[in-house]
Design a protein around this ligand. Structure first.
Ligand code: PGA
Ligand code: ZN
Length: 413
């Protein structure tokens, strides 16, 4: 039984305040978790409130309903109480940041009471033995860095790695190799919010460099590495002109040209993954692209969990089962990004993963650009048997999750 819920403001990786929750139980269980925060947030995400307000509202409306009432190990009950206490569809009263911090802290307290690792508490004993393939952000721009690429993320995808450890180190290698290639070209570079290199180069040059870095590391490690993108196209879409604005390249593309462009990139670079290639309201455009390329790679003899090109909805689906249903109905994608803070609770994230899996969509459990040391998503990905996790390549708040994956694999095998 939950005996206390403590909430506080802590720092996130951008230096902004975020919400941390502690959940304590009668039997001495303890769980602590913190909310992440996005910069290129989707229009339909649950609402993040300023932490001070979110904490005050959660204390007023949610804490007393949980304390002495709910068992930390009963995740559905805890999350239903959070929803009822909030009373809105989008957590605009207590804040999705308070909600997700409490939800994840309760899960950890529940695992602690059982004496089980979190991934096992979440996934149960029959969760399977697969580990997610980590997608590592190695070059990026968009909303995550000024004066860098238009495409938000170039993601290394070590699809043939024999272990999660090999995969994590391969992504770090690609990240380091990109730095070498930038130096060779005399291009100085800082890093963006997720630790990816953020040089002032156009997308075309970024493709050349990432393609080369991936090939070099692939030759060294001896297993297949491909790469993918988060286009985050909603951020470049201008609704008035109905065009995608590639500002650093000075190019404007209408929706048909955007679909052609993405399909060409998939073909030219054998991309294994493309997230948000179109605006978050363009289900039909997504469907057209998925129809054209969603099986690419399937017949090409790729030997891994990634046997097709994933068209992934992040801002499109916002981890929301209602939006995912709409997408499934029209064939808008073949995978979904899962960010617990987009929807507010672990239960909602679970339900999205379950609906996705039932319909042949691959789940990609994801960090946000603003993160903390919290590693819950590593356990969520393993516990739900998600085929992919996107949580950066380097940097402390990213390695918190990557190193946790290595530890989980070490404990489980
Ligand atoms: P965000 O970006 O966390 O800034 O929203 C990550 C993403 O778009 O996947
Ligand atoms: Zn995204």
């Amino acid at each position: 039984l939950i005996t206390d819920v403590r909430l506080r403001r802590i720092l996130d990786s951008r230096g902004n305040p975020t919400v941390e929750a502690d959940v304590l139980t009668e039997s001495g269980g303890f769980g602590r978790a913190a909310a992440p925060s996005g910069a290129s947030t989707g229009e339909y995400e649950a609402i993040e409130r300023p932490p001070t307000e979110a904490i005050a509202a959660a204390r007023e409306h949610a804490v007393s309903r949980l304390v002495g009432e709910a068992y930390a190990g009963n995740q559905r009950e805890v999350d239903a109480i959070l929803r009822a206490a909030d009373g809105t569809d989008d957590f605009s009263k207590i804040g999705a940041n308070s909600a997700v911090a409490i939800s994840m802290a309760a899960a950890k307290a529940g695992a602690d009471v059982l004496g089980a690792p979190l991934f096992q508490h979440l996934g149960g004993t029959f969760r399977g033995e697969n580990f997610p393939i980590p997608l590592g952000n190695v070059v990026g721009g968009g909303e995550h860095a000024a004066d860098a690429t238009d495409i938000q993320e170039f993601l290394s995808a070590p699809v043939g790695a024999p272990s999660v450890e090999d995969a994590v180190f391969a992504n770090a290698d690609v990240h380091a190799t990109v730095a070498d290639l930038l130096e060779e070209r005399g291009v100085p570079s800082g890093k963006g919010d997720e630790g990816a290199w953020a040089p002032s180069i156009d997308d075309e040059t970024a493709f050349e460099i990432v393609d080369e870095a991936v090939s070099q590391v692939e030759a060294e490690v001896g297993f297949e590495i491909r790469f993918g993108l988060d286009v985050a196209a909603a951020e470049m879409y201008d609704a008035d002109s109905e065009t995608y604005e590639y500002e650093s390249a000075g190019i404007s593309r209408d929706p048909d040209e955007q679909i052609d462009y993405i399909a060409e990139l998939i073909d030219e670079y054998d991309l294994v993954y493309v997230e948000d290639p179109l605006d978050e309201n363009d289900y039909d455009g997504f469907a057209e692209l998925t129809d054209r390329v969603g099986d690419a790679g399937a017949a090409s003899g790729h030997d891994s969990r990634a046997d097709r090109t994933l068209i992934c909805g992040d801002d499109l689906f916002v981890t929301n089962t209602v939006r995912l249903e709409e997408g499934i109905d029209v064939g808008a994608a073949n995978s979904i990004l899962i960010k617990p803070n987009q929807i507010g609770t672990l239960t909602d994230a679970f339900d999205a993963i379950e609906l996705a899996t039932e319909n042949g969509y691959d789940s990609v459990v994801s960090h946000r650009s603003g993160e903390t040391e919290d590693a819950t998503i590593a356990h969520l990905a393993v516990g739900t048997d998600a085929p992919f996790i996107k949580t950066g390549a380097v940097g402390g708040e990213r390695t918190a999750k990557l190193n946790e994956l290595i530890r989980i694999a070490d404990d489980a095998t």
